[in-house]
Design a binder for this molecule. Structure first.
Ligand SMILES: Nc1ncnc2c1ncn2[C@@H]1O[C@H](COP(=O)(O)OP(=O)(O)O)[C@@H](O)[C@H]1O
Ligand SMILES: Cc1ncsc1CCOP(=O)(O)O
Ligand SMILES: [Mg+2]
Length: 271
């Protein structure tokens, strides 16, 4: 089904009505901001990473979001257990490979996670996706992209073939890549890249949309469209990154179908 403002709004309304529980195993930097974004959207976040509880927590959730931003071996163990349990229970899994390509530990860990359990959606920036697909040696600068998102589309296509996942490459244009779908989303604003954690927020929102929409490529596209529309509306009234962060949450909370109809810019293909 192609993405439209109407089906995107329907998904937002379902999230607001059902408040799906989204289990996040995420990094210290963004725990607060991603929990707030999920709440503003209408979902119900929980952050839980202890090995002792992740299987129980994910079993109660409607989606699992795994984010390796501040990884260490005990966390990776928890991520693997939670992902295995989610797969067994057919709960959608979103993976954010933060900083893949910046260090060999990050790249290696994500590859191991991918081999243990294929995620439903992988959302990263172009450098992270290129590093994972082994198309190029890592050019990730810490957690930031050094490549345009369009450069990672072929790599994403290969990853999607290999793991059966939907791949979302964020950037100036967001690309949604699966075996059947290639879609570009041209919303958003450059100021978004100056706020830490908005990529992680995008991954968390992918979890919320996947929780209510079993068409996962469409769910990822809807999540990225909402990110872009809320981000550009926030940027229009923000003199800098600090107020963008605040306005982003308020606009996500106040978003209307009208906003989507007026602003969503999506196009099939890589153009
Ligand atoms: N130059 C840009 N123009 C428009 N939107 C952008 C731009 N850069 C990033 N974004 C948006 O910011 C959010 C985070 O993306 P990105 O910065 O690529 O993630 P990450 O923080 O993981 O590197 C996404 O919603 C993306 O669409
Ligand atoms: C700065 C930083 N360092 C480790 S995790 C993290 C947050 C990255 O968040 P995002 O990729 O969404 O900007
Ligand atoms: Mg990121």
């Amino acid at each position: 089904m192609p993405i439209t403002p109407e089906n995107t709004w329907e998904a937002v309304s379902t999230i607001r009505a059902q408040a799906p529980l989204i289990h996040n195993i995420t990094n210290y930097v963004v725990m607060n901001s991603t929990a707030n974004a999920l709440l503003a959207l209408g979902a119900s976040p929980v952050m839980a990473h202890a090995r002792e509880e992740v299987e129980e927590m994910v079993s109660a959730a409607s989606a699992l979001v795994i984010n390796i931003g501040t990884l260490s071996p005990p966390w990776v163990e928890s991520m693997t257990s939670a992902a295995r349990k989610a797969a067994e229970r057919r709960i959608p899994i979103v993976l954010d490979p933060v900083g893949a390509g910046a260090t060999s530990y990050r790249t290696r860990t994500v590859r191991k996670l991918l081999d243990a359990v294929a995620p439903t959606i992988i959302r990263g920036n172009a450098s992270e996706i290129l590093a994972l697909a082994a198309a190029e040696k890592g050019r990730t600068k810490g957690v930031d992209a050094t490549e345009h998102s369009s450069r990672a589309v072929e790599a994403a296509r290969r990853m999607s073939e290999r793991y059966g996942s939907t791949i979302c490459i964020s950037g100036e244009t967001d690309f949604i890549v699966s075996r059947q779908v290639l879609l570009g989303i041209k919303n958003g604003h450059p100021l978004m890249a100056r706020v830490t954690g908005l990529g992680c927020t995008a991954s968390a929102l992918c979890g919320a949309f996947a929780a209510v929409n079993p068409s996962f490529a469409l769910a990822a596209a809807q999540a990225m469209a909402i990110m872009g529309v809320a981000g550009e509306m926030a940027a229009e009234i923000s003199p800098g990154p600090g107020s963008l962060q605040l306005h982003f949450l308020d606009i996500l909370y106040q978003l209307t179908e009208e906003d989507l109809v007026r602003r969503m810019r999506t196009s099939p293909g890589a153009g």
